[in-house]
Design a binder for this molecule. Structure first.
Ligand code: MOS
Length: 742
């Protein structure tokens, strides 16, 4: 048996359960009285429901009920009650609330039947008459009406104030580039569709299995909307089949399943179809203008970055698109602006590295354009403008090993062999291009709690209401705990995803390892403390007068660091104390007084080789090197998987993904995995992931920065830059499809 240690590439502790189908997802829990719901979505993008006729659906044997705005009870009145933990400013959707239609696919009815198939069949029989109003789903048409987003969204930081005089400096700059970059709306497309199973317990309380990244968020939302006490609702979500942000907010199936379960007093499951997955949030459609001014030697003298993203008409979804541009490069004159513009679509939602993916796509493309205008190597230009401190907040970085990412990534890639000019590398009919870009994401910590139970048989159970959307949370938390107590990994069980457990932050923002990891560390320290005190009471104890600094937990026991004696078994310590178990609970709170004196970010450097068929316009990504500075790496295997996933989505964003709107219908029309193109195995080359050494004792006690998002940031720009190097064609509108290259 291997001793659990951080830094070791352990396989996922939940891997076997996942590949053998034993891991249960929200739509797989069941109950003897379970019935099924299927959602009917609006056929128009804006207007009113004039009439709903469910008679034909209700006439089918086995159909129990059809809920519409006409028979749904009045629920919470204030917007506040409908606003979940991470909601943006505005008035959240209230499903089946009234006759008003605000977006195509908006739920207008929920059919409940004895089976899923019957519910789906009956949903097709519900007749809805609408009075359509004119809708607008084109960003260019509303861009001029962009406004500052209403405040409310957690984690949103309005752009910093201008520094210097960017517009004057740009006008006076010897070398200038200026361009507009655009990417379309992009859907998350997790393998697991959104689903909720509500089980009505004998006492009338609800156990809810919801596809969510935060069980507390779903629980609190249900309690506020339905006026329930928190002990009447328990949300249990041990596994999530991919979230990427789509599970940060409660989605409408949660509301609908709870509504039906409460009305019918029966257990209810509602699963969205793949098509309906295109009626919830998405990465917003964004247009950005970047203008850079530089001296002839490449030093930046002006940086302007303006972005407008789409939102809905009822909420102001916003993200940090432009602040990165103030922090990544040294520049005396910057102006950063961000606004949102409302379309008749559902509200966007965070998607892996929200804002940074968008902002860096534009910024890192523009830097490449500047390098070309200056005839300077793109990497050399970045190094010339490397920011040694955060100019916007006038504070140092807690750590920043980006220079090492550039160096190690370039060395692995062989960047020094790149020829400077575009269209200068060729292999027969193929144009070869090498491009690179920088990635950045914030390192954050949020308060979280954990509890632990150590039993005399040497087993440790640790638990926290965290989520696990796939990054390896079960595994790294088990590793942290095993290491702290000197136990084999197999002796530790980590439990999560249950509101009955101590509360933890929602799983998002790449902050789980930092936040929940710190709570696990804290609760294990509490156990260590108790064990040391008990060990000091042993006859002839070698630990008298010693502190935790003097001892270490190894081989299921405790020993002096300085000594050579074998460890005193934990079991012996507990036996002597007459204890069958020791329980502890701890909260890890970020040390804001210290953390706020620094800026903390994860960084990456991405190097890409593409081959473009000049006759066909097809782009193939042939090699990727991603060098990441993410603080301490708890598990190189799960860490690498995070970066691989990010790079793959980056390839998708650059070359394939595009949620297409039919503006006549105001609807996403390629709403399936046949027509929404994602990279398949053949589109993804070998990806070389490098973690550079980075020590940081400010970010959190573990020194980790989080890896869920950094892997995708910069990838789209690196690919677009490689395509430019291959072809001499600068594509500023994603995705880079062959029609744009021919
Ligand atoms: Mo992430 S977009 O915070 O799930």
């Amino acid at each position: 048996m291997t001793t659990g240690k951080t830094g070791a590439p352990h396989d996922r502790v939940d891997g076997r359960a996942k590949v053998t189908g034993q891991a249960r997802y929200a739509g797989e829990f069941t109950a003897p009285d379970l019935v099924h719901g299927f959602v009917v979505g609006s056929a128009i993008a804006r207007g009113k429901i004039m009439r709903i006729d469910a008679a034909e659906a209700l006439a089918l044997p086995g159909v129990l009920q059809v809920y519409t705005h006409e028979n749904t009870p009045r629920l919470a009145w204030r917007d506040r009650s409908w606003r979940d933990m991470v909601a943006p400013g505005g008035s959240p959707l209230r499903p089946l609330h009234d006759a008003e239609i605000q977006f195509s696919g908006q739920p207008v009815a929920l059919v409940i039947a004895e089976s899923f198939e019957l519910a789906r069949e009956a949903a097709g029989l519900v007749k809805v008459d609408y009075e359509a109003a004119p809708h607008e789903t084109r960003l260019a048409e509303v861009e001029a009406e962009a406004h500052e987003p209403a405040r409310g969204k957690k984690g949103y930081t309005p752009p910093p104030k201008p520094r210097g005089r960017a517009d004057e400096a740009l006008a006076a700059a010897p070398v200038r580039v200026e361009a507009t970059y655009e990417h379309p709306p992009l859907h998350h497309n997790p393998m697991e569709p959104h689903a909720t199973t509500v089980i009505v317990e004998a006492d009338g309380s609800l156990t809810i299995h919801d596809k969510t990244q935060g069980v507390s968020n779903s629980r609190d939302y249900v309690c506020k909307v339905f006026g329930l006490a928190s002990d009447q609702v328990r949300v249990v979500t041990p596994f999530v089949g991919g979230g990427f942000g789509s599970g940060l907010r409660p989605q409408y199936q949660l509301f609908l399943a709870v509504l039906a379960a409460r009305e019918l007093r029966r257990s209810v499951r509602v699963v969205l179809s793949r098509q309906q997955m295109f009626t919830i949030g998405y990465r917003p459609w964004t247009r950005q203008r970047v203008a850079l001014g530089a001296e002839r030697d490449g030093r930046l003298c002006a940086l302007i970055h303006e972005a407008v993203g789409n939102t809905s008409r009822f909420e102001d979804y916003c993200e940090n698109v432009v602040p990165w541009s103030g922090v990544l490069y040294e520049c005396p004159n910057t102006r950063l602006e961000y606004g949102v513009a409302a379309l008749d679509l559902y509200t966007p939602i965070d998607a892996r590295a929200p804002g940074a993916v968008t902002g860096l796509w534009a910024l890192e493309s523009a830097i490449d354009e500047l390098a070309d205008a200056l005839d300077i190597d793109p990497l050399a230009l970045r190094l010339k403008n490397y920011a040694e401190e955060d100019q916007d907040h006038r504070r140092p970085f807690s750590s920043k090993a980006l220079r090492d990412c550039y160096r190690e990534g370039a060395a692995r890639f062989g960047w020094h062999r790149r020829s400077l000019a575009a269209r200068s590398m060729r292999e027969g009919a193929l144009q070869i291009g090498w491009g690179m870009a920088t990635g950045i994401w914030e390192a954050q910590q949020a308060p979280s709690q954990a509890k632990a139970l150590l039993t005399a048989d040497g087993r440790l159970h640790v638990a926290s209401a965290s989520g696990e959307i796939g990054p390896g949370t079960y595994t790294i938390m088990s590793q942290i705990a095993a290491e702290q107590l000197g136990l084999p990994l197999a002796a530790v069980r980590f439990e999560l995803g249950d509101t009955a457990l101590p509360p933890a932050m929602i799983q998002g923002g790449s902050a789980t390892a930092s936040s929940v990891g710190s709570a696990v560390l804290a609760v294990c320290r509490a156990l260590q403390h108790t064990l040391l005190k008990l060990a000091q009471a042993l006859p002839d104890s070698p630990f008298g007068g010693r502190t935790l600094e003097d001892v270490e937990f190894v081989d299921r026991g405790l020993r002096l660091r300085s000594g050579v004696a074998p460890a005193v078994p934990i079991a012996a310590i507990m036996r002597h104390a007459g204890l069958g178990s020791i329980a502890e609970q701890a909260t890890a709170i970020p040390d804001l007084a210290r953390q706020s004196r620094y800026t903390s970010n994860a960084h990456s450097a991405v190097f890409v080789e593409v081959a473009v068929d000049e006759a066909l316009g097809t782009v193939t990504v042939r090699r990727v090197v991603s060098a990441v500075a993410g603080g301490r790496i708890l598990n190189p295997k799960t860490a690498r998987s995070q970066i691989l996933g990010g790079v793959v989505w980056g390839i998708g964003m650059a070359l394939a993904e595009h949620s297409m709107l039919d503006h006549g219908l105001g609807r996403f029309v390629n709403h399936n995995l046949g027509e929404y193109h994602v990279p398949v195995h053949a589109d993804v080359p070998a990806i070389d992931v490098v973690f550079v050494e980075e020590r940081d004792d400010v970010v959190n006690p573990l020194g980790v920065k989080g890896l869920g998002e950094i892997g995708i940031v910069g990838v789209a720009a690196a690919i677009a830059n490689a395509v430019f190097h291959a072809t001499g064609r600068r594509i500023r509108e994603l995705p880079i499809t062959l029609d744009k290259l021919l």
